[in-house]
Design a protein around this ligand. Structure first.
Ligand code: GDP
Ligand code: MG
Length: 162
């Protein structure tokens, strides 16, 4: 079976936008109907001749109590089933306490991690991406899931990690 690549991160960092960008369609967001919690959705994906299963995680409940625990719980399940984890951080915001919590889970799991510095929409965002070296997860890959900037290099890194 193809390897599983899970897209993990707190709500609103751009996970579904990135999944859509990689798939070249809008399916991931369309399926995330408000009020319907879809914790994990898998899609067949491909890059440079390598097939993999892409797993989008998280629902729309971005302001419920206990969000931090829910993100951690979802991340833990997704990390468990993944061969490679794409950990998405909103570089324009920087790492939050919730992000740090996911980092601890990633360390514990010991799976290969590709760090995605999302929302780097232009050259002025590159410094925000560099700040994410501080997470200790290796090289942050600056991308704009919204505009497609950097996603080719990101996918090359994912394939290298498979
Ligand atoms: P998720 O909750 O992590 O799945 O995040 P979404 O994919 O639903 O995106 C949350 C919001 O961030 C949406 O308004 C997106 O349009 C926006 N967004 C996602 N990626 C980018 C990006 O690269 N740049 C900018 N400026 N906004 C983005
Ligand atoms: Mg989403």
């Amino acid at each position: 079976p193809p390897a599983t690549v899970a897209v993990v991160g707190r709500p609103n960092v751009g996970k579904s936008t990135l999944v859509n960008r990689i798939l070249g369609r809008r399916e991931a967001v369309v399926l995330d109907t408000p009020g319907v919690t879809r914790d994990r959705v898998s899609y067949p994906a491909e890059w440079s001749g390598h097939a993999f299963t892409l797993v989008d995680t998280g629902g729309w409940e971005t302001d419920v109590a206990g969000l931090d625990a829910r993100v951690a719980e979802q991340a833990e399940v997704a990390i468990d089933l993944a061969d490679v984890v794409m950990f998405v951080v909103d570089a324009s915001v920087g790492a939050t306490a919730t992000d740090e919590r996911v980092v601890r889970l990633l360390r514990k799991a010991g799976k290969p991690v590709v760090l995605v510095a999302n929302k780097v929409d232009g050259p002025s965002g590159e410094a925000d991406a560099l700040a994410l070296w501080n997470l200790g997860l290796g090289e942050p890959h600056p991308v704009s899931a919204l505009h497609g900037r950097g996603t080719g290099d990101l996918l090359d890194a994912v394939i290298d990690a498979l």
